[in-house]
Design a protein around this ligand. Structure first.
Ligand code: BGC
Ligand code: ZN
Length: 387
């Protein structure tokens, strides 16, 4: 079967022929892949800045944002059946089976020896068939199938929000963010970055009734500003307004959701975090030693304003479940916005066209495998028009 593989030693990324996997354990399932999303992590792996092949393999099959259909199940499989649409989680437990991994919370693995399918030590999903344990499957209702490939990137925000609810419950009055949403006095959020993770985060925050301000590089009009508009969020270009000016238009900045992977602009915005605010980092920047920070002011504010700076990575199964609920809600409220998140579909053998981001209006490119899931007409038209 075909697969997209990165070869770190020879620095090659190519379509290869890889043996088709078969069920091994009685709880295994076999998935026919349909859609696999391309993200910044994949591009870094294709540039050999990140990623590790499985032990003993020269190459790593990439891809972790997936959507497929179960075609075969082992004899002890109970929770899923052939025909189910699924999105598997990404991370797998460490061999030591640490305290977190024991509880299926490998997203908090202590040893760091976890594997991540398509990223670290385990083959990924940019291929035709995949075998995995039923316990990593998240069943997608058929009506969500054309958006399901967005579930994995959405779980980054979902895991963050689960933590925000816990952390902000320390505020002993109404002004805290809870699963039902924000109230009138505590509802300002800034989202840094208008890539898929940023925009999906913006959608999730809008669902919580927050006043959401998305900050990105390109001045409006563009596809990202148009999308922000559709969901009732505000769009700012960082070349046109300073962090201070943006923050002034909001009042107290209660939450900042960083989804850029860029350290300098992130710390510039941290200065604008408000009283009792929470700053969430999700990006993974390259080490950069030449940034000057007013560390004194930052530290002073963190203390005097009771602020929280939170880093979060990966996501557990419950975040996938929450994400499915939110996706269904997005589809109801903002169907056009969700459609426009996927700006292109490519057959797997044309993946090289997404390696370098050349179209500034590109948000999420999805690879179709085994024919993929056909986009609806509106989706295809929007994608073709680059909207
Ligand atoms: C993935 C996560 C993963 C992280 C770090 C992200 O792109 O969505 O599942 O934990 O990269 O490898
Ligand atoms: Zn990703």
């Amino acid at each position: 079967m075909r697969a997209i593989a990165a070869f770190p030693k020879t620095k090659e990324v190519k379509l290869i022929d890889h043996p088709e996997p078969h069920l091994v354990r009685p709880t295994d399932v076999k998935i026919k892949m349909l859609n696999v999303g391309v993200c910044g992590t994949d591009r870094e792996i294709w540039e050999f800045k990140y990623g590790t092949p499985p032990p003993g393999s020269e190459y790593l099959i990439t891809g972790h944002e997936s959507f497929g259909q179960i075609i075969e199940v082992g004899k002890d499989v109970k929770t899923v059946k052939a025909g189910d649409y699924v999105v598997p989680t990404v991370r797998r437990a460490c061999p030591e089976n640490c305290m977190a991994c024991q509880q299926m919370r490998q997203d908090f693995c202590y040893t760091g020896h976890f594997t991540e399918r398509g990223i670290k030590g385990a083959h990924g999903f940019m291929t035709e068939y995949v075998v995995d344990d039923e316990k990593y499957m998240n069943v997608v209702p058929p009506e969500l199938k054309e958006f399901a490939v967005l579930l994995e990137p959405l779980t980054i925000a979902e895991k963050a929000l689960m933590q925000v609810y816990t952390i902000q419950s320390r505020l002993p009055w109404e002004c805290r963010l809870e699963p039902g949403g924000a109230n009138k006095t505590c509802n300002n959020a800034i989202v840094l970055g208008a890539g898929p993770v940023g925009l999906l985060g913006a959608l999730a925050l809008r669902l919580l009734h927050m006043d959401v301000h998305v900050v990105a590089r390109q001045p409006a009009p563009n596809s990202k500003a148009a999308l922000a508009d559709l969901i009732g969020a505000h769009y700012h270009a960082d070349a046109q307004e300073t962090p201070e000016q943006i923050a002034q238009s909001l009042g107290n900045v209660d939450l900042i959701f960083e989804a850029t992977g860029a350290a300098k602009p992130s710390f510039d915005f941290m200065r604008e975090l408000g009283t009792n605010g929470i700053f969430i980092f999700t990006g993974v920047p390259a080490p950069m030693k030449d940034i000057t920070l007013d560390a004194g002011t930052l530290m002073r504010d963190i203390v005097l304003k009771n602020q929280v700076v939170l880093g979060t990575v990966n996501a557990p199964k419950v975040a996938f479940e929450n994400g499915l609920r939110d996706l269904a809600e997005f589809r109801k409220r903002w169907p056009e916005a969700v459609r426009r998140l996927i700006t292109g579909y490519l057959p797997i053998d044309r993946f090289t066209e997404t390696v370098k981001r050349t179209n500034p209006d590109e948000i999420k490119t999805v690879l179709n495998i085994n024919g993929g899931v056909a986009p609806t007409k509106t989706q295809a038209t929007a994608a073709a028009a680059g909207k």
